[in-house]
Design a protein around this ligand. Structure first.
Ligand SMILES: *Cc1c(COP(=O)(O)O)cnc(C)c1O
Length: 832
């Protein structure tokens, strides 16, 4: 299937407003940062709330892109050799193209929707069926209005089965996804909370999701959720107007008769045995998981396999081999100052490209290594496949490739022809490990990418920095989400300074700054020069303001191009003298005004005294700011307004001597949410980025960024009268099960959470702290919580247990809680 730009113009009903040739299009591009193949890419200039793809055209043209889909008139002068296709709606054009492409194939396609479990069911079906069919599936959880077209686009003649997931957030969206996926077999996983995701009620949400199945031949779902069961019945009626039947129903139930009637679910030794009645026969499967969500997901897969005619015995054999699904890409610290991305769960071209993108976004080390197993993608011409892999690696500037597996060995020549400077190949992980001590891994970012069968996690264990098992997980998607939430409150021209002081409120330094740089914030701010230096060393090139500069750090500021906050006449004159001695002029600085916080900043009189210096060209004043003392509190709104008006009048004084423009800013997180009129030229976003609505406005849907997780070291069964921890303060009044958790006050778990005040999230329930919190450990009462084992994870705050709640128990604020987590707790970053 080949598409030339003229074909595409016809398919999307657009107009080629400029045409140079009839180019062959192979890749669809929506994010200019993800460009790999300029000549054959078609760029769709999408419009988001803050970013407009049209603005990227000239830069992409520079980089060799020649084909563009636009919805606005563009200046073609700087792009004389481009093909420009104008349409009404760029997203819709991409969807039309994908739907047209899908129509060219008459293979079975499984379409999956529901509130939870879509990605797991999709990945498991792939694991269960990939030896029978050549499968194309959505990479990761690409299930949106943009993700679905991109997932379907690579479909080609070699594929025998498609598996795609569809997710929606508004009504009307599913009809579009139905046209692109055109599923022949539907799977409805489940329905979560009724009033969520922008729907009025549960029934409306079910009906909307069911729109994916208007043309299926068979539908798999669980009968036990009444809303789904009724919704399916209604859809069936609707389609079955002529009385020929609408689609085959394949449902399951744990309580009543169904196509697959579940009889027992029995958990033992880390596995679950599920037996069921199917066509009057008792059949069973065993899966290597015991949690309820996995059981539900597995039953859905079971139904699909039975529907496809796979025999019960074979299914049982395959189910026990189901493996965990990596829902996300993780970045963690390795030995010798390396960073490691472990994505050793699957190896197909699209997930490989996503992992490479994630690697390319990391700026902390210049040097990048990829350890890659054979790509297991049936149906592709192998030579072509490995040529494409080599090209993608070379385009990304990968310094070293370590290939593992027979196929990698066999296709070495492709890599040797490419521009990858260092290459090594091993037939197996064992042979690599054997050679490991000869290899050097230092100051680099390493991507581990491979199919599960290769067990690259053995390599991960060799490279990983070993520290104690308590981790602070940082959700980089949530960070981006929170940023967008606040951006929505800003005027389009308002700039944003992200506060990354104190290790980005405890969640990391260059890792967070790197993500923010990727999301194109305008400025970063740190408290001390050292923090700025660490960011510069980590490859951050955004402008950085240092709030607490002092004369001992002047040389560092200049060396690393860090911009100090000059807040007093003394500091200003000292820096002036320093710059003059060095012969430096127009150094970027920020000026802070005191308006009522009474922390740092010039008073009106002090400002008058330094106007003579500011008049000269030793400094370039980049911005002038002040800090609000109580922006979150309505009680003090009059005071806030007073601060703002004093600020503006001081600015007027400054403008009399500084004629050039500079940025004015005063609003922090709560200021953004509560005082839209104080946005001025820039805002300073802090705690809100990390998921906390400090103003309690409930206007925003924020996501927890940091989750603190520890593990259970030991479980004890105690009798009434025994005591727990120092001072014997935890008194056992009845038979009690106690778990010892690997965290203590030295990690930043506050000691005043002792004796039942603090609680932790264990297997879906809250378990109170027993006795006093120790330095490195704490005991909790897990009596009555089923299936808890030594080694299990416990959540101290974050997902499931908001940090605001835990901070409240500890009689402190989330700021202190988050920044107090000790640096010995390992940070793990992930992105879905
Ligand atoms: C920390 C800080 C902020 C951010 O405050 P949040 O309440 O976290 O948004 C803004 N400005 C200055 C000067 C700060 O010190």
């Amino acid at each position: 299937m080949k598409y030339f730009i003229e074909d595409i113009a016809g398919i999307v009903k657009g107009k080629l407003v400029q045409q140079t040739d009839n180019a062959l299009i192979e890749q669809l591009l929506i994010d200019s940062r993800k460009l790999i193949f300029p000549a054959s890419s078609l760029f769709f200039a999408m419009k988001g709330p803050r970013r407009d793809g049209h603005g990227f055209l000239p830069a992409l043209y520079e980089r060799g892109v020649r084909n563009f889909v636009v919805s606005e008139e563009v200046d073609t002068a700087p792009m004389p050799a481009a093909n420009i296709l104008q349409v009404k709606d760029v997203l819709q054009a991409m969807q039309l193209l994908a739907a047209h492409h899908r129509k060219q194939f008459s293979i079975p396609v499984i379409g999956i929707t529901g509130s939870n479990g879509k990605t797991i069911v999709k990945e498991w079906l792939n694991q269960l069926l990939d030896d029978r069919y050549s499968i194309i599936r959505s990479p990761r959880s690409y299930n949106s209005q943009i993700g679905v077209p991109l997932s379907v686009w690579p479909m080609n003649e070699s594929h025998e089965l498609g598996i795609f997931e569809a997710g929606i957030s508004q009504s009307g969206e599913m009809d579009k996804l139905q046209k692109i996926i055109q599923p022949t077999i539907g799977v409805f996983t489940n329905i979560g909370e009724a009033h969520s995701e922008g729907f009025l009620n549960g029934r409306q949400k079910v009906n909307e999701k069911l729109r994916l199945f208007t043309h299926v031949k068979a539908l798999v779902y669980c009968k036990d959720a009444p809303e789904i069961n009724e919704g399916v019945a209604a859809l069936y009626q609707q389609i079955n107007k002529g009385g020929q039947g609408a689609f085959d129903i394949f449902n399951w139930s744990t309580v009543t008769e169904a196509t697959l009637q579940i009889l027992t679910i029995y958990k033992e030794a880390g596995t679950t045995l599920i037996t069921a009645l199917y066509k009057d026969q008792t059949i069973s499967v065993r899966i290597p998981f015991t949690d309820d969500a996995s059981v539900e997901n597995a039953i859905h897969c079971w139904c699909v396999l039975l529907h496809l005619g796979v025999d019960a015995k074979t299914i049982d054999k395959k189910m026990i081999q189901l493996g965990p699904v990596a829902m996300r890409l993780e970045l963690k610290k390795g030995t010798n100052n390396c960073s490691i991305i472990n994505d050793s769960y699957s190896a197909d071209l699209s997930s490989f490209n996503i992992a490479l993108d994630f690697l390319a976004q990391q700026s902390q080390h210049d040097r990048k290594t990829v350890i890659l197993s054979d790509i297991l993608q049936s149906g592709r011409h192998e030579k072509e496949l490995y040529r494409e892999v080599a090209q993608a690696l070379a385009q990304r500037g990968i310094a070293r490739l370590i290939g593992i597996g027979d196929k990698m060995m066999q296709h070495q020549a492709n890599f040797r022809l490419s521009a990858i400077p260092e290459l090594a190949f091993y037939p197996s992980v064992e042979s690599f490990i054997h050679d490991f001590h000869h290899l050097v891994f230092r100051d680099e970012t390493i991507l581990l990418k491979g199919a599960r069968v290769f067990e690259l996690e053995q390599i991960d264990r060799l490279l990983e920095q070993k520290v104690h098992q308590t981790v602070l997980e940082i959700d980089l998607n949530a960070l981006g989400h929170n940023l967008r939430q606040y951006q929505q409150l800003l005027q389009p021209a308002t700039k944003l300074m992200a506060m990354v002081k104190a290790f980005s409120y405890g969640s990391g330094s260059y890792e967070i700054a790197n993500a923010l740089q990727f999301h194109k914030v305008d400025y970063l701010a740190v408290a001390y020069a050292d923090e700025g230096v660490e960011l510069r060393r980590g490859g951050i090139n955004l402008p950085i303001m240092v709030m607490n500069a002092d004369p001992s750090t002047f040389d560092v500021l200049v060396q690393y191009n860090l911009e100090p906050d000059l807040y007093s006449p003394g500091l200003l004159r000292a820096f002036e003298a320093f710059l003059k001695r060095q012969g430096i002029r127009q150094f970027p600085v920020h000026i802070e005004f005191e308006t009522g916080m009474n922390r740092l900043g010039f008073s009106t009189e002090e400002l008058e005294s330094v106007l003579d210096v500011l008049k000269t060209d030793v400094f370039t004043v980049k911005s002038v700011f002040s800090h609000l003392a109580a922006s979150e509190d309505a009680q003090h709104d009059a005071f806030t307004r007073q601060q703002a008006s004093l600020f503006l009048s001081m600015i007027a004084t400054l403008q009399e001597v500084v004629a050039y423009p500079f940025l004015r800013h005063i609003a922090n997180t709560a200021g953004i949410a509560r005082h839209p009129d104080l946005q001025l030229d820039m805002v300073r976003l802090g705690i809100g980025l990390y998921g906390i609505d400090s103003a309690n406005t409930h206007k925003l849907e924020l996501k927890e960024v940091s989750t603190l997780i520890a593990t259970i070291a030991q479980i004890k069964h105690l009798k009434a009268g025994e005591t727990v921890s120092y001072g014997r303060r935890g008194v056992v009044t009845h038979d009690t099960t106690v778990a010892t958790i690997r965290i203590g006050y030295a990690d930043g778990y506050p000691r005043n959470l002792s004796n039942g005040i603090g609680k932790m999230w264990v297997k879906g329930q809250l378990a109170p702290v027993m006795g006093t919190v120790c330095m490195d450990m704490v005991m909790i009462d897990i009596t009555g919580i089923p299936h808890v084992q030594e080694g299990d994870e416990v959540i101290l705050f974050g997902r499931e247990l908001p940090v605001q709640q835990v901070a409240h128990w500890a009689q402190t604020i989330p700021y202190e809680m988050l920044t107090g987590i000790s640096q010995r707790v390992k940070r793990v970053y992930f992105e879905e």
